[in-house]
Design a protein around this ligand. Structure first.
Ligand SMILES: Cc1cc2nc3c(=O)[nH]c(=O)nc-3n(C[C@H](O)[C@H](O)[C@H](O)COP(=O)(O)OP(=O)(O)OC[C@H]3O[C@@H](n4cnc5c(N)ncnc54)[C@H](O)[C@@H]3O)c2cc1C
Length: 327
């Protein structure tokens, strides 16, 4: 019987386990289950290699309440910090394992079923983020363009090419900056007439690139279809003046969606589109908590938000369930 089972080993899941260790829970009583072959998969996949990881991402105050914290740092430093947390806290992580089902017993403990076995535990925290399911455009993308219409900038090497980024948030700006550095000719299509979701640094960097004619910004532009033109994406814009344009790559930076089906399947109640969350991120199922991006609403979260959510949940877990003490 584990005291704590954590689903997802990203910033939220790792800090949840670190909080539990700090509160005195033995490492043999905590289990992390991660679907990917490695931890923090979303960061590794979606962050451009040269990205500066900002502590106050999306304008969240960079104030840490728990045992884990970051300053502005590189992608590599961020991953090393998370590696170290796993090592220092002697955390047990089962990689390449997927949770299928969860059952709550009459005594309120849980059985967690995965593709590799079943585990018994007192508390379950879900920290699977929202990036497992990136938002897609409304139109269909032809299958043959699978390697040309992308949702990240790390799975295929993009250099010296003509690239269209679609989106208007921080990721869109960061993708532009990264792709310009790699010698690409970059355009950015955003459906709104102004950028309202970008932080100041990303906004200024983007405008600077536009001034230097390294990025062409197409504000107020709508895409109605992407078709295959001899193996390249042909983008059909709604606006007559933009017409049809052929690119080597189209990269979508449209954010992610809460994995509602998974959460509903394991018995969490919803109020409309959002899972019901009680105090300290406890769900409608007693002893089952959500963490990280899953608690941040439509605006999306940040790494420090994820760390702090784990600390908040641990307070309740200690007081109500595990009889431990958190500083
Ligand atoms: C391009 C981009 C740039 C960003 N830049 C910054 C920044 O500069 N600063 C900042 O603070 N934040 C930034 N963010 C946001 C930040 O990455 C997220 O808020 C943070 O990673 C959320 O942590 P999490 O642990 O909730 O989820 P994730 O980081 O998404 O981790 C979830 C983990 O769970 C695993 N998982 C998924 N499904 C399952 C399952 N069913 N079973 C088991 N495991 C599962 C995933 O493989 C992953 O390892 C950025 C996001 C993006 C997309």
């Amino acid at each position: 019987m584990y005291d704590l089972l954590v689903i997802g080993a990203g910033p939220a899941g790792i800090s949840m386990a670190a909080e539990a260790r700090h509160a005195g829970v033995d490492h043999s009583k905590i289990l992390l289950i991660e679907k990917a072959e490695e931890h923090s998969f979303s960061i590794k996949k979606y962050y451009p290699e040269s990205k500066l990881v900002s502590a106050n991402y999306k304008g969240f105050e960079a104030k840490c309440t728990g045992v884990m914290c970051i300053l502005d740092m590189t992608k590599h430093e961020t991953i090393s910090y998370l590696d170290k947390a796993i090592l220092d806290n002697q955390l047990i992580v089962h990689y390449s394992e997927t949770v299928w089902r969860l059952h709550q017993n009459d005594d309120k403990s849980f059985i967690v079923y995965t593709d590799k076995g079943e585990y018994h535990c007192k508390i379950v925290t879900i920290a699977i983020g929202i990036l497992g399911k990136p938002n897609k455009p409304e139109y269909k993308i032809p299958l043959v363009l699978k390697e040309k219409a992308l949702f990240d900038v790390t799975s295929v090497k993009i250099a010296n090419s003509k690239v269209l980024i679609v989106g208007g948030g921080d990721s869109a700006s960061e993708y532009c900056q990264y792709l310009v550095q790699n010698g690409n000719e970059v355009s950015l299509s955003y459906r709104k007439n102004e950028f309202t979701r970008m932080n100041e640094i990303n906004h200024e960097s983007l405008l600077e690139l536009e001034k230097e004619e390294k990025v062409k910004i197409l504000l107020g532009s709508g895409i109605v279809a992407v078709e295959d033109r001899d193996g390249k994406p042909c983008v059909k814009f709604q606006e007559e003046k933009l017409g049809e344009q052929i690119f080597d790559f189209v990269v979508y930076a449209l954010g992610g969606t809460t994995p509602n089906n998974f959460l509903k399947m394991i018995g969490i109640e919803f109020d409309g589109a959002e899972p019901i969350l009680r105090e300290h991120y406890e769900t409608s199922v007693q002893g089952l908590f959500l963490l990280g991006d899953l608690t941040a609403g439509t605006k999306g979260g940040s790494i420090i938000w994820a760390f702090n959510s784990a600390n908040t949940a641990m307070n309740k877990i200690c007081t109500d369930y595990l009889n431990c003490k958190i500083n």
